[in-house]
Design a protein around this ligand. Structure first.
Ligand SMILES: NC(=O)c1ccc[n+]([C@@H]2O[C@H](COP(=O)([O-])OP(=O)(O)OC[C@H]3O[C@@H](n4cnc5c(N)ncnc54)[C@H](O)[C@@H]3O)[C@@H](O)[C@H]2O)c1
Ligand SMILES: O=c1ccn([C@@H]2O[C@H](COP(=O)(O)OP(=O)(O)O[C@H]3O[C@H](CO)[C@@H](O)[C@H](O)[C@H]3O)[C@@H](O)[C@H]2O)c(=O)[nH]1
Length: 330
């Protein structure tokens, strides 16, 4: 019989792609979301439950009523820059909300979890080229702090609660479903690629580069951009892994490509795909931004048998561009 997966935050960007991938892999899917940033037309679960993370009783009932075998937990506030300005909601939703979910899982006897962590837990490591999971967590913004705290909480729950979990540390999610079924629609949008695309579409006047004096090859921040459909297949592998995991335990696993792209390279890629010479300005650094974040992807390959397949910058930008054009009827 097929296993059932609860997807908390399944109406969001990464959650909606992952729901599609889990269904295609033969899982039964239950989406749980409060639509604070998700979209009703991006819910692809076999079942939809509308509710908030803080509602432990509803989460517990949902786990029990639908016979959930494993949970994938995406629900969070996600903007690193915003978390510097308004930290408290980040801790309340991301840490407090996860405690509520863990309490519900304990009450319902569900012990298998895949948690959305982030490259932001590494902070600003200028001493290493690639970030591997054995490095100490050292976030430099409240968003990263909130995710590092949850990782620590999960580690505490292994022995007492028999938790079997993977914390997937995604690098920069981007791109869109190649069939156009879902894509990136954050509101407000703060992520680089969709903002640059808006500049190319003329729905924003220009794109500002946040800082050109970083210690990087062209002075702008370098990130490891990972196609959201690659993230989705990484979740299928992680869910499959925790479902077959005999012993309790939690481990972090990076999902990235192992290569970095600068802000200027992203801007140039969008100019190339769109054919539009939009205006680019150079502004100050954004608070809380590490200079470089690039994944060591050895562990994902060895433990999950996973690697990125769609994450060359051209494919990412083309899929994101096609989705964005479709959104405005272009
Ligand atoms: N987008 C990225 O580049 C990126 C990178 C690393 C990690 N992550 C992590 O991945 C996860 C998903 O990110 P995303 O880009 O898909 O974000 P998103 O905002 O598109 O999706 C989050 C979903 O969670 C729901 N949600 C939020 N708070 C909730 C609550 N209290 N109760 C119920 N539902 C709630 C939202 O409605 C939304 O559907 C987040 O945990 C984020 O921290 C994202
Ligand atoms: O108008 C803009 C927007 C962004 N940037 C820069 O582009 C880079 C990427 O920024 P963004 O797309 O906002 O992503 P990050 O701040 O790197 O954070 C994303 O990637 C992290 C993992 O690396 C996740 O933890 C976060 O949730 C997710 O928002 C950064 O240097 C930004 O300063 C600009 O120069 N101009």
């Amino acid at each position: 019989m097929s296993k059932t997966v609860l997807i908390v935050g399944g109406a969001g960007y990464i959650g909606s792609h992952t729901t599609l991938a889990l269904k295609e892999a033969g899982f039964r899917t239950v989406v749980y979301d409060n639509f604070s940033s998700g979209h009703r037309d991006a819910c692809f679960g076999d079942v939809l439950v509308e509710g908030g993370l803080a509602d432990t009783a509803l989460l517990t009932r949902t786990l029990e009523d639908h016979g959930v075998d494993a949970v994938v937990h995406f629900a969070a506030l996600i903007e690193a820059g915003q978390s510097v300005l308004t930290p408290l909601p980040f801790f309340e939703n991301n840490v407090g909300g996860t405690l509520s979910l863990l309490n519900a899982m304990n009450a319902a006897g569900v012990s298998r979890l895949v948690f959305s962590s982030t490259a932001a837990v590494y902070g600003n490591r200028t001493d290493v080229e690639l970030l591997d999971e054995a490095l100490t967590r050292a976030p430099i913004n409240p968003y990263g702090d909130s995710k590092a705290m949850v990782e620590a909480i999960l580690e505490s729950c292994v022995a007492p609660h028999g938790l079997r979990a993977i914390a997937l540390r995604y690098f920069n999610a981007c791109g869109a479903d190649a069939q156009g079924r879902t894509g990136e629609r954050h509101d407000p949008e703060t992520h680089l690629i969709p903002l640059v695309i808006q500049a190319a579409q003329g729905t924003r006047a220009s794109i500002a580069i946040n800082g050109t004096d970083y210690d990087t090859p062209d002075g702008t921040c370098v990130r490891d951009y990972i196609h959201v459909s690659d993230l989705a297949s990484g979740h299928v592998a992680a869910v499959t892994h925790v479902l077959s995991q005999q012993e309790p335990g939690v481990q972090p696993i990076n999902l990235g490509t192992g290569a970095g792209q600068s802000v200027r390279q992203v801007v140039d890629a969008v100019k190339g795909i769109s054919g539009v010479a939009f205006e680019v300005t150079e502004g100050p650094r954004r608070a809380g931004d590490p200079a470089t974040l690039i994944a060591d992807v050895t562990r994902a390959r060895e433990i999950l048998g996973w690697r990125a397949r769609h994450s060359d910058l051209e494919t990412i930008v083309r899929d994101a561009w096609v989705f964005a054009e479709g959104q405005r009827g272009g």
